[in-house]
Write a protein that binds this ligand. Structure first.
Ligand code: FA5
Length: 342
């Protein structure tokens, strides 16, 4: 039989590689095939390459070109075989050999996480207040003194502005040079909304606030508040009470009672503490009152034309009441065994 030419040998090699790699199903067979065809010393491709020198000089460029094509094709086959073996390997671990794979069986359920109880509470509060016609407004957590104090009628000498009672930042606002602090209440958003919107206003704002309070069962240095603000013509304390009652009964159930205790906030007049009674216990949830005329003037509203009410509730306290959590610190320990109960 006549000896095969170089090009014919290449073709034979390509066919052999094709069927060998196609048949590969295991890592061992893969390694064998790789060495047989692509082995650096004794691989079949290498041996053919060595014969290149015997090809007529004139035919060498064509032979070299064909050799490279076949080499690339074999390398691509190797890649495909690697992928195939990996895939088979992965499915093999689920399906022991001999067992039939039944695609109609339910899969292995993966453990899903869920929202943190505070986030769940925030979503529920938004939902309840949304049904009462309140839209959600937002504001920054790093604030200037105008929004956290001044526009809220909190004078320079007021103890609430004491640096020891606030988290002031070491660096001032780069544009204005004014001091900055982490907001201590969401009432800042009242000012931001009124400055940018003409009345009427009906918003809630939910977010983090910061105070250097020592952590105990009911206090934490970072907590969440829900601010509410309604400004319109002829708004009264009766409107405030009915909104808070509707809110409380929607959140905790129809057996909840609500009570106002006289209080003081520089930005509301009159001011109250709102308590809810649930399961024979009165709990303070937050402060509220009629927006002080000085605040309305600070944002450019006419207190002769419009009045309104505002309230600020502690979201942790609401969440704890609902779930009978008796220590606020549990919410922030990040213990999944605790959090997954809710
Ligand atoms: C205020 O922050 C006022 N801005 C509320 C307000 C808004 C009054 C609008 C009038 C009009 P106060 O400091 O009382 O008020 O805080 C409100 C609620 O936040 C408290 O009732 C309590 O539920 C919660 N709270 C206060 N400090 C903490 C704390 N360290 N940890 C957890 N919750 C807290």
């Amino acid at each position: 039989m006549a000896e095969l030419t170089f090009l014919e040998q290449l073709d034979v090699l390509a066919e052999a590689a094709d069927s060998t790699f196609e048949a590969v199903r295991t890592p061992e067979a893969l390694e064998e095939a790789r060495i047989e065809f692509l082995g650096a010393k004794k691989g079949k491709l290498k041996s053919i390459q060595k014969q290149m020198g015997q090809v007529e000089k004139a035919d060498r460029p064509a032979a070299g070109k064909r050799f490279n094509e076949i080499k690339q094709a074999i390398e691509a086959q190797l890649e495909r075989a690697i992928l195939r073996v990996q895939t088979l390997d992965a499915s093999d671990s689920d399906v022991p050999s001999g067992e039939i794979f039944d695609p109609s069986l339910p899969g292995n359920a993966c453990r899903l996480g869920h929202l943190h109880p505070i986030t769940q509470t925030i979503e529920e509060l938004k939902d309840i207040m949304g049904r009462l016609g309140f839209t959600v407004a937002d504001g920054p957590e790093v604030e200037g003194e105008w929004y956290n104090f001044e526009a809220l009628n909190i004078a320079e000498s007021h103890p609430a502005r004491d640096p020891l009672d606030n988290f002031y930042l070491a660096t001032a606002n780069s544009n204005s040079g004014l001091p900055r602090l982490l907001r201590s209440q969401t009432s800042t958003v009242q000012i931001r909304v009124m400055e940018s919107t003409p009345p009427p206003v009906r918003i809630i704002s939910l977010g983090r606030v910061y105070r250097p309070d020592t952590a105990d069962a009911t206090h934490y240095p970072m907590f969440h508040q829900m601010e509410g603000l309604l400004i319109d013509h002829q708004v009264t304390m009766a409107d405030l009470k009915s909104v808070l009652r509707l809110f409380a009964t929607s959140y905790l159930g129809s057996e909840v009672h609500i009570r106002f205790r006289p209080s003081f906030f520089p930005f509301t007049e009159p001011s109250v503490e709102a308590d809810f009674r649930w399961h024979d216990e009165w709990i303070e949830f937050g402060g509220a009152g009629m927006v002080d005329p000085n605040v309305l003037e600070a944002v450019g509203y006419d207190p002769e034309q419009v009045t309104g009410f505002a309230f600020g509730l502690g979201i942790e306290r609401l969440c704890m009441r609902r779930h009978a959590i008796n220590d606020i610190r549990e919410l922030y320990r990040n213990d999944v065994r605790f959090l997954q109960q809710f």
